[in-house]
Design a protein around this ligand. Structure first.
Ligand code: GLU
Length: 289
Protein backbone atom coordinates (compact mmCIF):
# COMPACT_ATOMS: atom_id res chain seq x y z
CA UNK A 1 0.00 0.00 0.00
CA UNK A 2 1.52 3.40 -0.93
CA UNK A 3 2.48 5.79 1.86
CA UNK A 4 -0.27 8.22 0.84
CA UNK A 5 -2.91 5.74 2.02
CA UNK A 6 -1.58 5.93 5.55
CA UNK A 7 -2.59 9.56 5.89
CA UNK A 8 -5.64 9.78 8.11
CA UNK A 9 -7.40 12.16 5.71
CA UNK A 10 -6.88 10.07 2.57
CA UNK A 11 -10.01 8.27 1.32
CA UNK A 12 -10.27 4.60 2.22
CA UNK A 13 -9.35 2.31 -0.67
CA UNK A 14 -12.49 1.08 -2.41
CA UNK A 15 -13.67 -2.36 -1.28
CA UNK A 16 -16.71 -3.82 -2.95
CA UNK A 17 -18.27 -7.26 -2.86
CA UNK A 18 -20.14 -9.85 -4.86
CA UNK A 19 -22.51 -11.66 -2.50
CA UNK A 20 -24.35 -14.43 -4.34
CA UNK A 21 -26.56 -17.04 -2.71
CA UNK A 22 -26.11 -20.50 -4.25
CA UNK A 23 -29.77 -21.53 -4.33
CA UNK A 24 -29.81 -21.80 -8.12
CA UNK A 25 -27.79 -20.86 -11.16
CA UNK A 26 -26.67 -17.30 -11.75
CA UNK A 27 -28.68 -15.47 -14.38
CA UNK A 28 -28.44 -12.27 -16.40
CA UNK A 29 -29.71 -10.19 -13.48
CA UNK A 30 -26.84 -11.29 -11.25
CA UNK A 31 -24.34 -10.81 -14.05
CA UNK A 32 -25.45 -7.25 -14.69
CA UNK A 33 -25.42 -6.18 -11.04
CA UNK A 34 -22.11 -7.88 -10.39
CA UNK A 35 -20.61 -6.34 -13.51
CA UNK A 36 -21.50 -2.93 -12.17
CA UNK A 37 -19.90 -3.86 -8.84
CA UNK A 38 -16.72 -4.94 -10.60
CA UNK A 39 -16.67 -1.86 -12.78
CA UNK A 40 -17.03 0.45 -9.81
CA UNK A 41 -14.24 -1.35 -7.96
CA UNK A 42 -11.98 -0.90 -10.97
CA UNK A 43 -12.91 2.66 -11.77
CA UNK A 44 -13.26 4.23 -8.39
CA UNK A 45 -9.87 3.43 -7.01
CA UNK A 46 -6.61 2.19 -8.42
CA UNK A 47 -6.38 -0.28 -5.59
CA UNK A 48 -10.07 -1.15 -5.73
CA UNK A 49 -10.69 -4.59 -4.26
CA UNK A 50 -13.56 -6.91 -4.98
CA UNK A 51 -14.50 -9.64 -2.55
CA UNK A 52 -16.53 -12.75 -3.24
CA UNK A 53 -18.70 -13.78 -0.32
CA UNK A 54 -20.95 -16.82 -0.52
CA UNK A 55 -24.22 -16.17 1.30
CA UNK A 56 -25.10 -19.75 2.11
CA UNK A 57 -26.90 -19.37 5.44
CA UNK A 58 -29.98 -21.13 4.12
CA UNK A 59 -28.58 -24.64 4.32
CA UNK A 60 -31.74 -26.28 3.10
CA UNK A 61 -31.75 -24.35 -0.18
CA UNK A 62 -28.04 -23.77 -0.89
CA UNK A 63 -26.53 -26.70 -2.78
CA UNK A 64 -22.81 -27.55 -3.20
CA UNK A 65 -23.40 -28.05 -6.93
CA UNK A 66 -24.77 -24.52 -7.30
CA UNK A 67 -21.79 -23.21 -5.36
CA UNK A 68 -19.25 -24.81 -7.67
CA UNK A 69 -21.23 -23.92 -10.80
CA UNK A 70 -21.39 -20.35 -9.53
CA UNK A 71 -17.62 -20.04 -9.23
CA UNK A 72 -17.26 -21.43 -12.74
CA UNK A 73 -19.94 -19.15 -14.22
CA UNK A 74 -18.47 -16.05 -12.59
CA UNK A 75 -14.99 -16.82 -13.90
CA UNK A 76 -16.38 -17.59 -17.38
CA UNK A 77 -18.18 -14.27 -17.48
CA UNK A 78 -15.00 -12.36 -16.65
CA UNK A 79 -15.33 -11.67 -12.95
CA UNK A 80 -12.09 -11.46 -10.98
CA UNK A 81 -12.00 -11.11 -7.22
CA UNK A 82 -9.09 -10.45 -4.94
CA UNK A 83 -10.46 -12.31 -1.90
CA UNK A 84 -12.90 -15.17 -1.70
CA UNK A 85 -13.55 -18.74 -0.57
CA UNK A 86 -11.44 -20.18 -3.38
CA UNK A 87 -8.40 -17.93 -2.91
CA UNK A 88 -8.59 -16.85 0.74
CA UNK A 89 -7.70 -13.40 2.02
CA UNK A 90 -7.25 -11.47 5.25
CA UNK A 91 -10.95 -11.17 6.05
CA UNK A 92 -12.13 -14.78 5.71
CA UNK A 93 -13.86 -17.08 6.04
CA UNK A 94 -15.84 -15.92 3.00
CA UNK A 95 -18.75 -18.32 3.41
CA UNK A 96 -21.47 -17.31 5.81
CA UNK A 97 -21.97 -20.84 7.12
CA UNK A 98 -18.50 -20.59 8.62
CA UNK A 99 -19.08 -17.23 10.29
CA UNK A 100 -21.71 -18.14 12.82
CA UNK A 101 -19.61 -17.42 15.92
CA UNK A 102 -19.00 -13.96 14.53
CA UNK A 103 -22.75 -13.34 14.14
CA UNK A 104 -23.32 -14.54 17.70
CA UNK A 105 -20.99 -11.79 18.93
CA UNK A 106 -23.02 -9.18 17.08
CA UNK A 107 -26.21 -10.57 18.58
CA UNK A 108 -24.50 -10.11 21.96
CA UNK A 109 -23.66 -6.47 21.23
CA UNK A 110 -27.24 -5.71 20.24
CA UNK A 111 -28.53 -7.62 23.24
CA UNK A 112 -26.35 -5.66 25.65
CA UNK A 113 -27.85 -2.36 24.52
CA UNK A 114 -31.34 -3.91 24.58
CA UNK A 115 -31.92 -2.79 20.99
CA UNK A 116 -33.34 -6.22 20.24
CA UNK A 117 -35.95 -8.25 22.07
CA UNK A 118 -37.06 -11.87 22.23
CA UNK A 119 -40.20 -12.48 20.25
CA UNK A 120 -41.96 -15.79 20.66
CA UNK A 121 -44.44 -14.89 17.91
CA UNK A 122 -43.79 -16.87 14.86
CA UNK A 123 -44.81 -15.12 11.70
CA UNK A 124 -44.02 -15.47 8.04
CA UNK A 125 -41.12 -13.04 8.24
CA UNK A 126 -39.33 -15.50 10.53
CA UNK A 127 -39.46 -18.09 7.77
CA UNK A 128 -38.20 -15.55 5.24
CA UNK A 129 -35.47 -14.11 7.42
CA UNK A 130 -32.55 -16.19 6.16
CA UNK A 131 -32.59 -14.91 2.62
CA UNK A 132 -32.47 -11.41 1.21
CA UNK A 133 -36.00 -10.12 0.54
CA UNK A 134 -36.57 -9.71 -3.17
CA UNK A 135 -39.23 -8.05 -5.25
CA UNK A 136 -42.54 -9.79 -4.82
CA UNK A 137 -41.82 -10.75 -1.19
CA UNK A 138 -44.43 -8.87 0.78
CA UNK A 139 -43.03 -6.69 3.55
CA UNK A 140 -44.56 -7.87 6.79
CA UNK A 141 -44.87 -5.10 9.35
CA UNK A 142 -44.69 -6.58 12.83
CA UNK A 143 -47.51 -5.20 15.00
CA UNK A 144 -46.08 -3.04 17.79
CA UNK A 145 -48.70 -4.38 20.19
CA UNK A 146 -46.68 -7.60 20.19
CA UNK A 147 -43.52 -5.87 21.45
CA UNK A 148 -42.75 -6.85 25.03
CA UNK A 149 -42.37 -4.05 27.58
CA UNK A 150 -39.96 -6.00 29.71
CA UNK A 151 -37.86 -9.07 29.24
CA UNK A 152 -35.14 -10.79 31.19
CA UNK A 153 -31.52 -10.20 30.31
CA UNK A 154 -30.02 -13.39 28.92
CA UNK A 155 -26.51 -14.46 27.94
CA UNK A 156 -27.37 -16.23 24.71
CA UNK A 157 -30.25 -16.11 22.21
CA UNK A 158 -31.71 -19.47 23.25
CA UNK A 159 -34.48 -20.95 21.16
CA UNK A 160 -36.55 -17.85 20.52
CA UNK A 161 -36.66 -15.34 17.66
CA UNK A 162 -35.18 -11.86 18.22
CA UNK A 163 -36.32 -8.62 16.63
CA UNK A 164 -34.76 -5.20 16.27
CA UNK A 165 -36.92 -2.47 17.75
CA UNK A 166 -37.26 0.23 15.09
CA UNK A 167 -37.60 3.93 15.98
CA UNK A 168 -41.28 4.40 15.12
CA UNK A 169 -41.97 7.31 12.82
CA UNK A 170 -38.32 8.11 12.11
CA UNK A 171 -37.43 8.59 8.47
CA UNK A 172 -34.17 6.97 7.43
CA UNK A 173 -32.61 8.85 4.51
CA UNK A 174 -29.51 7.85 2.59
CA UNK A 175 -27.81 9.08 -0.54
CA UNK A 176 -27.91 6.20 -2.97
CA UNK A 177 -24.97 6.52 -5.38
CA UNK A 178 -27.25 5.65 -8.30
CA UNK A 179 -30.74 6.78 -7.28
CA UNK A 180 -29.95 9.83 -5.16
CA UNK A 181 -31.69 10.64 -1.91
CA UNK A 182 -33.84 7.72 -0.75
CA UNK A 183 -36.05 7.57 2.36
CA UNK A 184 -38.08 5.04 4.29
CA UNK A 185 -40.00 5.53 7.50
CA UNK A 186 -39.62 3.09 10.37
CA UNK A 187 -42.94 1.73 11.58
CA UNK A 188 -44.61 2.55 8.26
CA UNK A 189 -42.47 1.11 5.48
CA UNK A 190 -41.04 -1.59 7.72
CA UNK A 191 -41.44 -2.73 11.29
CA UNK A 192 -39.44 -4.57 13.96
CA UNK A 193 -37.44 -6.99 11.87
CA UNK A 194 -35.92 -10.37 12.68
CA UNK A 195 -32.23 -10.40 13.54
CA UNK A 196 -31.99 -13.91 14.96
CA UNK A 197 -34.04 -17.01 14.48
CA UNK A 198 -34.85 -19.49 17.16
CA UNK A 199 -33.09 -22.25 15.21
CA UNK A 200 -29.78 -20.52 15.94
CA UNK A 201 -29.30 -18.66 12.63
CA UNK A 202 -28.85 -14.92 12.21
CA UNK A 203 -31.15 -13.23 9.72
CA UNK A 204 -29.92 -11.99 6.36
CA UNK A 205 -30.05 -8.39 7.67
CA UNK A 206 -27.77 -9.09 10.62
CA UNK A 207 -25.36 -11.36 8.71
CA UNK A 208 -24.87 -8.96 5.81
CA UNK A 209 -24.18 -5.97 8.06
CA UNK A 210 -21.82 -8.01 10.25
CA UNK A 211 -19.91 -9.19 7.17
CA UNK A 212 -19.81 -5.93 5.25
CA UNK A 213 -18.41 -4.27 8.35
CA UNK A 214 -15.92 -7.04 9.20
CA UNK A 215 -14.73 -7.16 5.58
CA UNK A 216 -14.34 -3.34 5.56
CA UNK A 217 -16.61 -2.92 2.53
CA UNK A 218 -16.76 0.73 1.47
CA UNK A 219 -19.58 0.42 -1.08
CA UNK A 220 -22.41 -2.11 -1.39
CA UNK A 221 -23.62 -2.60 -4.98
CA UNK A 222 -26.79 -4.67 -5.28
CA UNK A 223 -30.25 -4.82 -6.83
CA UNK A 224 -32.90 -2.19 -6.30
CA UNK A 225 -35.18 -4.71 -4.61
CA UNK A 226 -32.94 -4.50 -1.53
CA UNK A 227 -33.51 -0.75 -1.00
CA UNK A 228 -35.77 -1.31 1.98
CA UNK A 229 -33.21 -3.64 3.51
CA UNK A 230 -30.69 -0.82 3.26
CA UNK A 231 -32.82 1.31 5.59
CA UNK A 232 -32.99 -1.53 8.12
CA UNK A 233 -29.28 -2.19 7.79
CA UNK A 234 -28.47 1.49 8.39
CA UNK A 235 -30.28 1.20 11.72
CA UNK A 236 -28.09 -1.76 12.64
CA UNK A 237 -24.90 0.11 11.68
CA UNK A 238 -26.00 3.07 13.73
CA UNK A 239 -26.84 0.98 16.78
CA UNK A 240 -23.54 -0.85 16.57
CA UNK A 241 -21.67 2.46 16.21
CA UNK A 242 -20.13 1.44 12.88
CA UNK A 243 -19.34 3.50 9.77
CA UNK A 244 -22.05 3.12 7.15
CA UNK A 245 -20.79 2.13 3.67
CA UNK A 246 -22.02 3.78 0.48
CA UNK A 247 -24.85 2.07 -1.37
CA UNK A 248 -25.43 1.78 -5.11
CA UNK A 249 -28.64 0.04 -6.12
CA UNK A 250 -28.93 -1.22 -9.70
CA UNK A 251 -32.13 -1.50 -11.73
CA UNK A 252 -33.48 -5.04 -11.93
CA UNK A 253 -33.27 -7.06 -15.11
CA UNK A 254 -36.79 -8.01 -16.21
CA UNK A 255 -38.31 -10.50 -18.61
CA UNK A 256 -40.69 -9.61 -21.45
CA UNK A 257 -43.60 -9.53 -18.99
CA UNK A 258 -41.75 -7.05 -16.78
CA UNK A 259 -41.07 -9.59 -14.04
CA UNK A 260 -37.76 -9.63 -12.22
CA UNK A 261 -35.60 -12.55 -13.35
CA UNK A 262 -35.51 -15.31 -10.77
CA UNK A 263 -33.27 -18.32 -10.42
CA UNK A 264 -36.05 -20.56 -11.71
CA UNK A 265 -35.88 -18.80 -15.11
CA UNK A 266 -33.41 -21.31 -16.49
CA UNK A 267 -33.38 -19.78 -19.96
CA UNK A 268 -31.56 -16.71 -18.73
CA UNK A 269 -29.07 -18.67 -16.65
CA UNK A 270 -25.50 -17.89 -17.62
CA UNK A 271 -24.88 -21.65 -18.02
CA UNK A 272 -27.65 -22.06 -20.60
CA UNK A 273 -26.50 -19.02 -22.55
CA UNK A 274 -22.99 -20.39 -22.53
CA UNK A 275 -24.22 -23.80 -23.70
CA UNK A 276 -25.97 -22.05 -26.59
CA UNK A 277 -22.60 -20.64 -27.63
CA UNK A 278 -23.32 -17.06 -26.53
CA UNK A 279 -20.23 -15.20 -25.30
CA UNK A 280 -19.93 -12.83 -22.33
CA UNK A 281 -18.99 -10.06 -24.77
CA UNK A 282 -22.25 -10.59 -26.66
CA UNK A 283 -24.20 -10.46 -23.41
CA UNK A 284 -22.50 -7.26 -22.30
CA UNK A 285 -22.86 -5.75 -25.74
CA UNK A 286 -26.47 -4.84 -25.02
CA UNK A 287 -25.73 -3.18 -21.69
CA UNK A 288 -24.89 0.40 -20.95
CA UNK A 289 -22.86 -0.66 -17.91
N1 GLU B 1 -27.08 -12.71 -1.12
C1 GLU B 1 -28.11 -11.79 -1.50
C2 GLU B 1 -28.85 -12.30 -2.69
O1 GLU B 1 -28.39 -13.18 -3.38
C3 GLU B 1 -27.57 -10.41 -1.82
C4 GLU B 1 -27.38 -9.66 -0.61
C5 GLU B 1 -26.73 -8.29 -0.73
O2 GLU B 1 -26.13 -7.98 -1.76
O3 GLU B 1 -26.78 -7.61 0.26
O4 GLU B 1 -29.88 -11.87 -2.97
Amino acid sequence: MPASDDRPDSPKPYRGRLAPTPTGHLHLGHAKTFWMAQKRAQERSQQGQLILRVEDLDQARCKPQYRSDMLEDLAWFGFRWQEGPDIGGDYGPYEQQQRRSHYAQIWQQLNQTRSIYPSPHSRKDVAQALSAPHEGDREIIFPIQLRPNTWETVADPGDVNWRFRVPDGETITFLDQNLGSTSFTAGEDFGDFIVWRRDGFPSYELAVVADDHAMTITEVVRGEDLLLSTAKQILLYRTLGWDIPDFYHCPLVRDEQGKRLAKRDGARALRSLRQQGITPEQIRGGWRV
